[in-house]
Design a protein around this ligand. Sequence first.
Ligand code: ADP
Length: 361
Amino acid sequence: MATITIDRISKSFGSVQALKGVSFDAKNGEFVVIVGPSGAGKSTTLNCIAGVEYPEMGTILIDDQDVTLMPPQDRDVAMVFENYALYPQMSVRENLAFPLRSPKYRVDEDEITKRIERVSGLLGIDVLLHRLPRQLSQGQRQRVSLGRALVRDPKVYLFDEPISHLDAKLRNAMRRELKLIRASLSQTTIYVTHDYLEALSLADRVVVLFKGEVLQFDQKEKIYNLPAAMEVGQLFGDPPMMFFEGKADENDSFVSNDRAFSLSNSGISGEVPVGTEVVLGLRPTEVNLVPEGKGQVKGKVYSVQNQFDHQLITIKAQNSLFDVVAAQDVSLSEGDKAWVNIPNEVCYFFNKETHKVIGSK
Ligand code: ADP
């Protein structure tokens, strides 16, 4: 068990500033997921915790010990990569036992057998222990790779996109299994992914990393319900959050710049002066199509996409496009008139320059 504290770490590669003062922490036994688009600095952060890279500024504490410049082998940290190479000439059992037999760990054979039984049972590979890696499917190899790290029983686990290149079906299955594995791990874990569903399914808390900066570090529910920045709103949600530029106007209203719609009682007036340019964020799952004259937006159906269990209907009003997730029985065709209702409680307002959320909902 361990606590981890990352305090304002920065790291550059030549002219690329990969991390710009990244801070977050993990409590004893907590599962923290770092999520962000490619190039955000996720792997660099993990590598700094593992000791594979050293930050130029800031500190990393494990259990209150400063490990910032400590060599990786002294940190008692196990890192799991997706393409963890297995030894081709060794059976699954030998592959699992190998790290434990190294002079550094010197685990005795009874204990090795016990750990292999526990981990192979957990991963559902107990019937494959005698096989060679080439006799395994991609998904089975993946589990053995995970198993190689899990048998180590370190203070801290670090996972770097362990399932990102599996095909969609296998990924879903592994996501489910990781959730089970996660429940039986008592170690503090930092897990990196670019997949927001993986983050929401596994995390206690989520770090949203973007261009080397932490945009939000919060409970996963808050990341979705109270996004701190436009990028967080866009990253978490499918279809992604839509954005509309406009101004705060008299009587607590918001008026879109293209005059396609205005919202009264928007909640913006207490936050910024009248005339301030703001960006409104809306989720396609939280706005709805309503009968004639009821909604704030009047437009025309621009496109209808059938998605089997729902439809994604896009409404065009002036220059604004509204994606609305609608039930299958809504009958609208391209060119039809349509009205969109925007409930006040689903409006997120952001600063146009900084992209940060305005006020608190
Ligand atoms: P992520 O894991 O979020 O995709 P990375 O941490 O791999 O992001 O990379 C962050 C930034 O740092 C990127 O711009 C990447 O190109 C750069 N970078 C990472 N590692 C190196 C390296 N060894 N040499 C040069 N640039 C690197």
